[in-house]
Design a protein around this ligand. Sequence first.
Ligand code: IPM
Ligand code: MG
Length: 372
Amino acid sequence: MTTRRILVLPGDGIGPEVMREARRVLDWLQRRGMVDVECAEGLVGGASIDAHETPLTDEVREQALAADAILFGAVGGPKWASIAFDRRPELGILGLRKSLDLFANLRPAMVFDALTEASALKPERIAQLDLMMVRELTGGIYFGEPRGIETLAGGGRRAVNTQSYTTNEIVRVAHLAFELARKRHGRVCSVEKANVMETGVLWREEVQALRDRTYPDVTLTHMYADNCAMQLVRAPTQFDVILTDNLFGDILSDLAAMLTGSLGMLPSASLGAPDGAGRRKALYEPIHGSAPDIAGKGSANPLAMILSLAMMLRYSFDLGAAAELIEKAVAAVLESGLRTADIMQPGKARVSTSVMGDAILRALERPASAKG
Ligand code: IPM
Ligand code: MG
């Protein structure tokens, strides 16, 4: 087995707390000889601002470029809320996405059987939910120029952001969505606002042309983003792969996450283009963010971070069996009735971040008996 270099960036808020538990899982796999990794740890976001006055140092950027994969916690918090906009903690993650050209963000939303009751929707609406959101991650309004806030001569100010997409930016992420659909249920729903935005028109045309050219076996539908939000709440199991732009994907993936019971459950993978050897730059992070309101209390749910580690094993290291082991351990622990506060239900046992981590390790040790 080749040694893989992982850059670990816990970040801010609950990031370090949930990362600690993911590291324990990784150490366990390492002790068992199931993975061979070398971890380096760095600062990012607010933690990096405090130490180095920038959310992303050149050194960490270089380390990220050299790593085989990055495990990322979360960034941001009220402590840095008044910092100038161009130096905010969020630029830590946005800078990494851009520097590594991680243009495709995979956000799976699946429901663990034990959690159907924790969803904001009725259990029958979400039974069997298993959708994959593919969000474009390095283009669109997050990065478009011009941008800024100007002071108007006549008084008042004017703020500008620019949504722009090129054929190449659309096609490369669409390729990935179609490839994923082939391994799933063969359906892609492409989401934009072609009724009001030119970027939506181009998005729709390019995605359709790519489907007709290269993926005739995949069923492609198109949906306006507002309708998609409505359909995700009305009948979420209609979706297989949802392909959408950066901003709509940010919003719709939070919505999709809540269908599964909690933001605290969902992992994500951000991938770049494959190199000559077929390897992609990749960053894995939970989608929940830094949750400053519960940071430091030991009550955060580490499962999204642990499931992000599983995604890393599957997508970056081709260790599907190890990933499955982790996912089964998570399912077993949920079956056994343990819950962190965010997924607490009547009659279940509320546990802390580290006790949840302990339970995952126990379930890994004894896969069959973990249910008891
Ligand atoms: C996410 C987050 C980020 C985003 C923030 C932290 C910049 O909300 O990953 O969804 O908006 O992309
Ligand atoms: Mg978001």
